[in-house]
Design a protein around this ligand. Structure first.
Ligand code: NDP
Length: 405
């Protein structure tokens, strides 16, 4: 009998819980806990209507370690799936250690007062999880997550050594709003306005952030979606992949942005709306980016009228039996189909499905271990099979396209 506790009732949380409910043989008991219980109850009502399954809901402030630990001790889950915000990663890991529960998340820790994310804070939990005989799996969404699994699969089956990886993330969908972000606006805007880094010959190289002169971009011809402008970006999975992929000489991450997105973001940045430091407003302190979040559409609400595809994958270059080979592994996800299935757009879907699959791998004992793991350290085969079975089918093709040198 397995029991899972999911934290966070946002766009991604909605998908994780519904996909878990689709597999009652693995997820026999489900609790959804979040800051606003009404959101958990609305998802629970949907699940009852769609699948005839009852789940438990709870209110919790995951910033409060003792409060969360008390919930874990009371509910006794085998696993916590953290799909709240990156700010809560460490407090949730602390609570898991107190209550003796395994852990999985989709995004690495980020302090609230600093737009900076890296794995060092969570890797520092290695010994504590190992000593307690617990497993923590980090970054099990799509990117990070499936992109790491694609790399592990390429390393295991397609290459003797991989020299370069280019991760390409394209959202060619249309939500009908002049400007909206596909996941939490605060986290999204903090991520895309960072100084860009990619890794080459053992060191991190910096290039200007997307809105600045000299930012690096090119047109990539995506399967199904066609040619799209793709911008070099820093993304967290590169930090762990450079440690775990043999022979790697370069890794880059590219993301598409529409001209409308770039223009809006440029204006918002120019007028100070993306600032994360508190400013005085009529006698009280507000953080402009948090205020902006309150004005923008809730990413969880975008699904209803979303059309088009998200195409995310990895292009590899390397050697197999002495022969140079270039392969592209990718998934195409349709916004409208995701909405029909779980009332979510494709970005929430492509994050929530892999989180459910990662949880399934842990609960079935296919992924097991003591300590803190990134996804590419675990066996990719059963996960790749589950992607095909659970709504995110992938393709491997020879790559004959063009990438910048
Ligand atoms: P949302 O903002 O839609 O949802 C976040 C949820 O977490 C909300 O329900 C929120 O509660 C809840 N929450 C926030 N703070 C707390 C707290 N202190 N205690 C309890 N609950 C809290 O975000 P998304 O669903 O879009 O994203 C969820 C996660 O997925 C993020 O970490 C994001 O970075 C990650 N992600 C990962 C991707 C990947 O491919 N790896 C891609 C996209 C997202 P309330 O409703 O009260 O605000």
């Amino acid at each position: 009998m397995s029991r899972v506790l999911i934290i966070g009732a946002g766009g991604v949380g909605n998908v994780v819980v519904k996909k878990c409910a689709q597999h009652p043989d693995v997820f026999q008991e489900i609790c959804l806990a979040s800051r606003t219980k009404a959101k958990c109850d609305a998802i629970a009502a949907d699940i009852k209507r769609l699948y005839g399954i009852s789940i438990v809901t709870a209110q919790v402030d995951a910033d409060q370690v003792q409060e969360l630990a008390a919930l874990l001790v009371e509910y006794k889950p085998d696993l916590v799936v953290n799909v709240a915000l990156p700010y809560q990663d460490l407090t949730i890991m602390d609570a898991c250690l107190i209550a003796g529960v395994n852990y999985l998340d989709t995004a690495n820790y980020e302090p609230k007062d600093q737009a900076h994310f890296e794995y060092s804070w969570q890797w520092a939990y290695q010994e504590r999880f190992r000593e307690k005989g617990l497993m923590a799996v980090l970054g099990c969404g799509f990117d990070p997550g499936v992109t790491n699994v694609f790399c592990a699969y390429a390393q295991k089956h397609l290459y003797d050594s991989i020299t370069t990886i280019d991760i390409l993330d394209c959202n060619a969908g249309d939500h009908g709003h002049p400007f909206a972000t596909n996941f939490n606006p605060e986290i999204n805007i903090r991520e895309v306005t960072q100084t860009v880094r990619h890794w080459q010959h053992g060191q991190w190289l910096e290039t200007p952030a997307i809105l600045n002169d000299g930012c690096v971009h090119f047109t990539f011809d995506y399967p199904v979606a066609g040619p799209k402008e793709s911008y070099l970006l820093y993304h967290e999975e590169m930090e762990s992949l450079v440690r775990h992929i043999r022979g790697l000489e370069r890794i880059r991450f590219w993301m598409t942005f529409s001209p409308a997105y770039i223009t809006h973001l440029q204006v918002l940045e120019n007028v100070g709306m993306t600032r994360i430091d508190p400013v005085d407003f009529e006698g009280r302190q507000i953080v402009p980016l948090q205020f902006l979040k309150a004005l923008l559409p809730d990413p969880g609400s975008l699904g209803e009228n979303y059309t088009g595809k998200a195409v995310i994958g990895c292009v590899f270059d390397g050697f197999k039996e002495g022969k140079q080979t270039r392969k592209y592994i990718y998934n195409v996800c349709d916004h409208a189909e995701a909405y029909r299935e779980v009332q979510a757009q494709a970005v929430s879907y492509t994050t929530g499905v892999p989180a459910m699959i990662g949880a399934m791998m842990m609960l079935k004992g296919i992924w097991r271990g003591e300590g803190v793991f990134n996804v590419e350290q675990l066996d990719p085969d059963a996960f790749m099979e589950a992607l095909n079975a659970c709504g995110l089918p992938w393709q491997v093709v020879d790559f004959n396209g063009r990438l910048p040198e």
